[in-house]
Structure formats: C-alpha cells, structure tokens
Write a protein that binds this ligand. Structure first.
Ligand code: ADP
Length: 262
C-alpha cells in the first residue's frame, strides 16, 4: 500500500465517523473573578472549516488553549474525535496532541532548516524516540513529507531554507507539516494575520481544500470577516467570552457580524 493510499484511507475513516471531530459543550474558563469562556458550546464535523471570530479579548486564544489542554477548563466538556479530554493521563494526552495540528500566525518554523525538515517535524510524534533523537526519519516518513509539500505546491522548494521563503510559502510549509502529522483536527490561530491579501487568500484556499479532501476539521481564528465569509463553511463568533453566533457561512448577515464587533 502506498503512502498516498494510506492518506486516502485515513481521510475516509475520518469522514465516516459520525461523531464531531471537535466538541465543546458548555465550556467555562475563569481567570480570577472573570470568565474568559462562559458556557461556550459548538462542534466541528470532519472536513469542516470553522472560522472563529471576535474582537480582541473575546476568548479565541483561550478556546485554542483549552482544546490543546494548555489550559484546564473550569466546567463543561471538550472532546476531540469522540474522546473526552477530562482525566486523560500523560500518555493519552500525548496521543491526543498528536492528532491535533497547530498553525500559528508566526509560522513557527525552524528558519535555518529546509522546508522538508520542517515538514518532517510533523512526523516526530509518530517516530520512535531513537529516530527522533538521531533525527533519522524512515523512507515512508520522507515520502509522506514530500507528498505533503507537493500538495501545498512547494515540492520544488523542499531543500530550500525555510527563512528564504515568502510568508505565504512558509505558512504553506506549516500546512504541509500538519499533513505529514496526519492531523484530524487543525487549530489555526490567526494563520494569515502577517500575510498580504493575496498570500492570505492562497493559504486559506489550500487549508480549505485539504480539509475537504482529507476530512480534516479546521478551527481557524481570523480578524478579517471577509476572509471568513469566503473560506469558512461555518462562522462561530464570540464576544466577552460568550458565543454570539454559530451559523453556516451563507446564512450569516453583515449586520449580525457587525454586532459582534460593535
Ligand atoms: P482573544 O484571543 O479573543 O483576544 P483571549 O482568549 O486571549 O482573547 O482572552 C480572553 C480573556 O481572558 C481576556 O479578558 C484576557 O484578558 C483573559 N485572559 C487570557 N489569558 C489570561 C491569563 N493567563 N490570565 C488572566 N487572564 C487571561
């Protein structure tokens, strides 16, 4: 079975799952006396791209931190791929994090390493410790990473240093990394905030396409409502830690979005 066959099968498995890839059920997170998240509920299906909107301080980063369990919740429930996060031991948590791909505003690549090595970093959670320590990846891992770079249109840049690439190309390497990781859920925290409009559109287009192809659920925080309307299947908006809106993108009106930022 080729690497590409394996990718296709895992996408089918993800699509076949009836459970949401991500579920937040009445989640609360408190800092001191104030709630950063106050009864927040929403879910994301496999293959669905959800834009998370809201003004600064709305609680978007806190949502990401609670899902990756960098912050512990004070109430409610978070489940990833049907698995409840409460009470996970360290091993289960490691497994859980392996299934979640992270994309950041500042790309978080190793600048002096090649695009291929940065993509291979997505395999670290899958490789035995000795391979990680020696940074010796299997032929399968390398094939997977090259296929991922090819998918984001960067195969010809595989051996170029990451810091020699444009911002948009670096973010596409970050997408290749989550593909190599075979993530089922991708959390993208302001992934296009440092890009020009053309590069931003290109990156979000690639993210949406791979989500659909491979059944990856994507939660993507954005500042620009126009990009959310163009690239997301659904819009979830927050304000002061509360959910203001959760609707298919086509049904979201401009006034209802403006009310979130008013
Ligand atoms: P956003 O990402 O939408 O800008 P955040 O999730 O960063 O919002 O913040 C939501 C609220 O939680 C804000 O009022 C912020 O001040 C507060 N907050 C976030 N992290 C902490 C923290 N570590 N300690 C205290 N308050 C925090």
């Amino acid at each position: 079975m080729t690497v590409l066959d394996r990718i296709a099968i895992s996408a089918e498995m993800a699509m076949a799952q009836s459970q949401p890839a991500l579920l937040l059920d009445r989640v609360r997170k408190r800092y001191g006396a104030s709630f950063a998240l106050d009864d927040v509920s929403f879910s994301i299906a496999p293959g669905e791209v959800v834009a998370l909107l809201g003004p600064s301080g709305a609680g978007k980063s806190t949502v990401f931190r609670c899902i990756s369990r960098l912050a512990t919740i004070d109430g409610g429930r978070v489940a990833v791929l049907g698995q409840d996060m409460a009470g996970m031991d360290r091993r289960a948590l490691r497994e859980h994090r392996r299934g979640i791909g992270l994309i950041f505003q500042q790309f978080n690549l190793i600048g002096r390493s090649t695009a291929l090595d940065n993509t291979l970093a997505g395999r670290l959670g899958h490789a035995p410790t000795w391979r990680v320590l020696l940074r010796q990846f299997s032929a399968d891992d390398r094939q997977l990473a090259l296929a991922a770079l090819d998918r984001v249109g960067l195969l010809d840049k595989a051996y170029q240093r990451a810091d020699s690439l444009s911002g948009g190309q670096q973010q596409r390497v970050a997408i290749a990394r989550v593909l190599a990781q075979q993530s089922r859920l991708v959390l993208a925290d302001e992934p296009v905030a440092s890009l020009d409009p053309a590069a931003a559109a290109n990156v979000l287009g690639v993210l949406r396409d791979i989500a659909r192809e491979r059944g990856i659920a994507v939660l993507c925080s954005l500042h620009q409502t126009d990009l959310a309307r163009r690239y997301a299947d659904r819009i979830v908006a927050m304000r002061h830690g509360k959910l203001m809106l959760d609707q298919p993108t086509g049904t979201v009106t401009v006034p209802s979005l403006n009310a979130v930022y008013a």
